[in-house]
Design a protein around this ligand. Structure first.
Ligand code: 13P
Ligand code: SF4
Length: 314
């Protein structure tokens, strides 16, 4: 089937089945273009609570589908490829995280949304990179906090807030592998370009960035800026919306180490394709299921996050 046939079939199926297609900014361009909504991980969770669709097809990775299902258990949630995982979520197995929290029983547990439902069930409040600063600051200054699993985001929030949160040693393989040497080369080649970085990047990169923020924050910053060139240190899928919203500006993907490719892609995010999206709508699988006991525990810290985000207009 060619691309226009696939698009036509997807459009027919989503109408017939009252399905909504939600896509993360790291999805391939064709998926972003066909989605009802494209957003960051906070916005995808918010959409899952407000849609009246019977079916959510979450074009993103597994934890995003799981979050949608936890928030909307009455809806059926599908992801185009069940193998679309996340190295950051994998760096935090629930049993080991539980031991860590038990070793510090007087600590409040804050978890990044890039975690499994089982880890969220051990958590007091979930954050995304859009709301992490505000949520950490909503606790008293002397609150003892465990922050997991991203050590780079945790370290960055510690610096921003002056806190001393205990960090889990997890990281994302995509954001860890940007090449500082190649970025410095790009900065020489494009002396007027601003460097935009996701807080999952290592400290040494965040320290030289002109703006640090979530995917939606990076997009917003570039759109508002009167500068014309930007070096973008996050997964390269975001460049599609940046270019779409700013056709007069130039976006240069920050390159990874050890690669002949100029941009850095998340292998998991790119497992989803237009064809798999079509098959997923047609066959109604793969479907996300969450154990009800875990869901009941995991929904509380996510809802708490949504409440605080709404207070800040996020
Ligand atoms: P955002 O919440 O900024 O979209 O980040 C999601 C993610 O997986 C980053 O790697
Ligand atoms: Fe996970 Fe990193 Fe991929 Fe984001 S980019 S989904 S954190 S592996």
């Amino acid at each position: 089937m060619n691309k226009s046939e696939l698009i036509e079939k997807i459009n027919t199926l989503r109408k017939e089945k009252n399905a909504i297609i939600l896509a993360h900014y790291y999805q391939e361009s064709d998926i972003q273009d066909i989605a009802d909504f494209v957003g960051d991980s906070l916005a995808l969770a918010q959409w899952a609570t407000k849609t009246t669709a019977d079916i959510i097809v979450l074009c993103g990775v597994h934890f995003m589908g799981e979050t949608a299902k936890i928030l909307s258990p009455e809806k059926r949630v599908f992801i185009p490829d069940m193998m679309a995982g996340c190295s950051l979520a994998d760096s935090c197995p629930a049993d080991e995280f539980e031991e860590f929290t038990k070793a510090h029983p007087d600590h409040t547990v804050i978890s990044y949304v890039n975690t499994t439902a089982a880890v969220k069930a051990l958590t007091d409040i979930v954050v995304t990179s859009t709301n992490a600063k505000q949520i950490v600051e909503s606790f008293p200054e002397d609150e003892k906090i465990i922050f997991g699993p991203d050590k780079n985001l945790g370290d960055y929030i510690n610096k921003l807030t002056g806190r001393n949160m205990l960090l889990w040693e997890g990281a994302c393989h995509v954001h860890e592998q940007f090449s500082m040497e190649k970025i410095i080369e790009l900065k020489k080649q494009y002396p007027d370009a601003l460097l935009l970085a996701h807080p999952e990047c290592p400290k040494y990169l965040l320290e030289i960035a002109d703006h640090v923020g979530s995917t939606s924050s990076i997009l917003k910053f570039a759109t508002k800026s009167d500068k014309k060139q930007f070096i973008v240190a996050t997964e390269a899928g975001i460049l599609h919306q940046m270019q779409k919203e700013n056709p007069d500006k130039e976006f240069i993907p920050a390159p990874p180490e050890d690669s002949t490719c100029a941009c850095n892609e998340c292998f998991y995010m790119k497992m989803n394709t237009l064809e798999k999206l079509y098959l997923c709508l047609k066959n109604e699988r793969p479907e996300i299921f969450v154990d009800e006991e875990i869901r009941i525990k995991a929904v509380k810290p996510i809802e708490r996050m949504l409440e605080i985000s709404a207070r800040y207009g996020l």
